[in-house]
Design a protein around this ligand. Structure first.
Ligand code: HEC
Length: 192
């Protein structure tokens, strides 16, 4: 007679954490979208190296040539895709390849990443050197980000692993508690 009660308590002990797992993964899935986290310290390799131009001039040009209108004052994107962290729009192996950046800025781009249209030279009048400086600025900004961040998939996976561990611990705890509780109830009702 006591056995079914016991069973239902056990079921509950697994059901509740199970629901929590479900909720947690839903929340995670929503949370896994790339969010530029606080920037880490500058990577040692980013000290100028093989930049195609002058990143400081590039920064000035970026602000003065209207790039901010579409890509945001802090390169976070808007009408256009974010340039830091830069996205792979799908038409290149490496969006930080200087040649790719230079030709994209020079020729503009349309309909590749589902963002709409970037006019030739962003609609500004830029010299070849200006474009190299802009490319250098974009590369430098992305390098300052430090170690390559985990890909969204890998990040979500590692988070899910930790959440799973936490939830399993909770599940064990709930189970133990419910056992204790049942024993307590049994003892109490047994007293009468
Ligand atoms: C009118 C809006 C607009 C302006 C102004 C603009 N862009 Fe863009 N840019 C875009 C859009 C839209 C795309 C994506 C095009 C596509 O997906 O085909 C893009 C793409 C790019 C890319 C490729 C990004 C990647 O992830 O591969 C770079 C680099 C870039 N723009 C740099 C610049 C620079 C530098 C300027 C300033 C000189 C500038 N853009 C001005 C709209 C703009």
């Amino acid at each position: 007679m006591r056995k079914p009660r016991w069973l239902s308590a056990t079921t509950l002990a697994f059901l509740v954490p199970g629901l929590l797992v479900g909720l947690a993964s839903v929340a995670l899935a929503a949370d896994a979208s790339p969010s530029p986290s606080a920037s880490t310290s500058a990577s040692p390799g980013g000290g100028g190296g093989n930049l195609p131009g002058d990143p400081n001039k590039g920064q000035t040009l970026y602000q003065s040539s209207g790039c901010t209108t579409c890509h945001g004052a802090t390169l976070g994107g808007g009408v256009g895709p974010p340039l830091h962290p830069i996205k792979n729009l799908g038409d290149t192996k490496d969006p930080l390849d200087p040649q790719y950046l230079i030709s994209t800025i020079t020729d503009g781009k349309s309909g590749v990443g589902g963002y709409g249209q970037m006019p030739v030279k962003g609609g500004a009048s830029l010299s070849d050197q200006d474009i190299k400086d802009l490319a250098a600025f974009i590369i430098q900004q992305n390098r300052l980000k430090g170690p390559v961040p985990l890909a969204p998939g890998a990040l979500a996976q590692s988070t899910i692993e930790w959440v799973t561990i936490g939830v399993l611990a909770m599940l064990a705890l709930t189970f133990l508690l419910s056992r204790y509780n049942m024993r307590w109830i049994a003892r109490k009702s047994g007293g009468h």
